[in-house]
Design a protein around this ligand. Sequence first.
Ligand SMILES: NC(=O)c1ccc[n+]([C@@H]2O[C@H](COP(=O)([O-])OP(=O)(O)OC[C@H]3O[C@@H](n4cnc5c(N)ncnc54)[C@H](O)[C@@H]3O)[C@@H](O)[C@H]2O)c1
Length: 584
Amino acid sequence: MLGFGGGFGDEVALVEEGFELRYEKFAAAKWGDSGGIKYVIVKMSWKTFYKTTTKLLYTLSATLENVSLACYNGSPIMGWFSAPFHIPHNPKGNSMSKKSSRRQFLKTSSVLATGAALAGGLTISQSAHAQGSDQIKVALIGCGGRGSGAIRDRAQVGDNYKVVAVADAFEGDLRDGVWRGGARGGAHDIRRDSANTEDNLHGKVDLPDDRVFAGLDSYKKAIDCLNPGDQVVIATPPGFRPYHYRYAIEKGLHVFMEKPIFIDAPGFRHVMETNKMADDKNLKVVVGFQRRYQPEYYNWIKQIHAGSIGDVQYTRVFWNGGGIWCRSRTAGESELNFQVRNWYHFVWLCGDNIAEQHCHNLDIGNWIHGKGDRMAHPVEANAQGGRTHKAGSDALMRQAPPFSDRAAWDEWYWANRQQLNRHGQAWDHFFVEFTYADGSRMFSQCRHIQGTENNISEHAYGTNGSGTPGRLLNRNNEQIWNNRERAPKGSMQWEHDKLVEAIREGKPMNDGYHAAMSCMIAVLGREAAFCGKVVKWDELVEKGRSYFPNGEITDFNQTAPVQPDADGFYESTVSVPGVYNPFA
Ligand SMILES: NC(=O)c1ccc[n+]([C@@H]2O[C@H](COP(=O)([O-])OP(=O)(O)OC[C@H]3O[C@@H](n4cnc5c(N)ncnc54)[C@H](O)[C@@H]3O)[C@@H](O)[C@H]2O)c1
């Protein structure tokens, strides 16, 4: 069983709720290499089943031969709710059009439904703005999983726009027409889809090679291809976000950027300044906290703020799930290169999993504790956590060849990386009690440990009742309100509709403020857990420590901010409660 561990040669892949197709095996699938997968088991709740399988089926049916898919909801009672079925081989491999993949998905998903029922200096081409037209030029910064999705979400808005530049830290590799990531891979995919007359990107792309940029300063080059009033889509690791956001606003661009939008207190202060700059320039900003664009959430919170369950006393928010991807070292790779590729495992890049992932749920809890648009934030946090799973492979560690023999170490690491899942400095679980000024509390849990229970949810409790998104109960647990309305094209796409509407109709729109609050709450919880003491919001905002190097990282020749120990791991950089100082 592959799960989130297992070897690369295993035949069975298990996909769990919250996983979002990030595992390397599926990246490999995207490249047309099944990595030996013959069966895929999807284990998740009915609610998220369609969402995840859409991506899964699209990826697999576009590239793989002879893969069978089965679904299991993890319950010993319900058990399997779809018999295994077969995804037919696509003889054209990667050249299969997106449209036909979608058709394939629709066909396949109806089979599943049945099963379920049964159970700077610019060249001329770089200066791409069409002066005087209503066309918005768009640049994509960060061509990874979310960037590729976000640029397609942008395409679905359907207005007059053009994708004119892309940037990624890595050049990527394009061999035999096969996508292999980085700027060139991202550009390749965008051009491929735009060539399909039935794709949303068709006719919306003007992307010559000299507007495809690689490197840690590539974001500036792509942004420099735009003119004031154009738009940028930013989906890089969050440590870089304050700098990317600032440059875009300085250049007069509207911004869609992914969460989190910083990873430390200096990042918060920097982003808050940039938010103000954006307002002063009348620029529109949307952040990928997609729950903010789900009627199920915003109608629910409106009801709570209207007093339907009385005064809010506490909220409980969760992102507990399985493990996450880790990308192996490649021979001779520099330390900075390795860390940027493995950004999820380094606090200076990802903010730890409480920031990277759990910020979604913290955003909802915080929204509930506020009133209407007023931004609440907790006054203090008390927390604990650790890296039980990541640190639990010491016996295996002792078998590693010396790090000084890098070639042997790399080979060993590649062979054992899934069992190790230990690299980097991030923790794998946090529990935080946040206290608000009115005495109400938010209890938060996040976890990334394979084999543990999945729970991604938010709950509110008031003096007269309680609720979960879309539903409210009175104190007798009787339903008093229910609304399951969904965003027309899904919340991740709806964000882009709303941004473009604000740009074109001059409506106010700046998510940067509430997004900054929610990300800073994650930083507060993390720092409280790291030090094992109560940490106050005001003090942390004012003098919390810096993780991302001051002065930025724009060149792979720079030194990585954290260095591995002699054994090639990062134990000495892992925060130890009782020792760690959040203000150092
Ligand atoms: N809203 C959501 O539901 C959602 C879902 C997934 C990811 N995200 C967010 O999107 C962001 C990216 O996540 P992902 O899953 O796409 O990761 P990813 O690793 O797949 O992609 C990140 C890309 O950014 C590139 N990159 C790294 N540093 C860069 C730099 N300095 N300049 C330019 N490019 C750089 C990487 O090479 C990579 O291609 C994260 O902040 C993540 O939290 C949000």
